[in-house]
Design a protein around this ligand. Structure first.
Ligand SMILES: Nc1ncnc2c1ncn2[C@@H]1O[C@H](COP(=O)(O)OP(=O)(O)OP(=O)(O)O)[C@@H](O)[C@H]1O
Ligand SMILES: [Mg+2]
Length: 251
């Protein structure tokens, strides 16, 4: 379980997150909406532990441990993984090596890459010259190798063409155990018990909602999580009225 309590975060001297309370239960997936610059990426980077995101107050707990002061490595070891909005390109580091580094012992890089239709990219330098959509697939491949328990996705579908969106959506479902087979006759409660993975997905386009049946939606606005509701209902409201109205309706 992820628990964030009264989190306030500063970046480059500017207060980005003012007051964040968030709980993600085992098996739950949340969708995070919010306008450009509202701090969505900052929230994910803070959960992942990037030191430039200065936690001014508040706590982050994961699996009953206080991770607020843990390094990125320790958080990854504990089971947190992230697909980045704009990951760096690294000359001299092959995608194959990177996926191998992300993976647990004995990860079969070739077979994972083949599932992602990504075999041709394994021997290229990671992200160097990759198109926007290729970068997103490369990110998911690394997450598949890591197989974390809490998955943070920062705009996983942005720049991805319509055919590959299905691939991205289905891969996210697999990573989050949301496509558990043989559960057609089970109730939502029973299915929830079979899942342990937790997800937090940032989206602007909402395409991901066609594939991932998320449990909750949140709107980050002016440094706080201003609305919590059904993700499809929130997305409809944002499309019709804009973010500000959506948040006003909640308050
Ligand atoms: N080093 C910095 N110093 C000051 N402000 C910064 C710094 N880095 C980022 N910011 C600002 O922090 C704010 C939040 O950025 P963040 O990337 O978290 O937004 P976002 O919600 O993910 O936006 P988008 O939807 O465009 O991805 C932005 O206004 C950004 O300009
Ligand atoms: Mg962002």
């Amino acid at each position: 379980m992820l628990v964030i309590e009264d989190l306030k975060v500063r970046l480059g001297g500017k207060e980005i997150l003012k007051h964040i309370d968030l709980v993600i239960e085992p098996g739950e997936t949340h969708i995070l909406f919010g306008p450009n610059g509202s701090g969505k990426t900052s929230l994910l980077m803070t959960i992942m532990g990037y030191p430039q995101y200065e936690v001014v107050c508040g706590k982050i707990f994961f699996k009953d441990k206080d991770i607020t002061d843990m390094s990125i490595n320790e958080r990854a070891e504990l089971g947190i993984g992230m697909s980045y909005q704009r990951p760096p390109s690294i000359q001299g580091l092959k995608t194959r090596q990177m996926v191998h580094l992300c993976g647990r012992n004995g990860v079969d890089v070739d077979s994972l890459a083949s599932r992602m239709n990504f075999t041709d990219f394994l021997d290229r330098d990671i992200n160097v010259g990759f198109s926007g959509g290729e970068i997103k697939r490369s990110e998911l491949l690394q997450l598949m190798a890591q197989d974390p328990d809490l998955l943070l996705f920062d705009e996983p579908e942005s720049g991805v063409d319509l055919e590959n969106i299905a691939l991205i959506g289905n891969t996210i479902n697999q990573l989050l155990e949301r496509d558990v087979k043989g559960t057609a006759d089970k109730s939502k409660k029973e299915i929830m018990k079979l899942r342990t993975k937790m997800g937090l997905i940032i989206t602007h386009t909402g395409f991901i909602l066609d594939y991932v049946t998320a449990d909750k939606g949140q709107v980050l606005f002016d440094g706080i999580l201003a609305c919590r509701s059904n993700p499809n209902a929130i997305f409809k409201q944002i499309k019709e009225e804009g973010y500000e109205e959506c948040v006003r309706c909640a308050s």
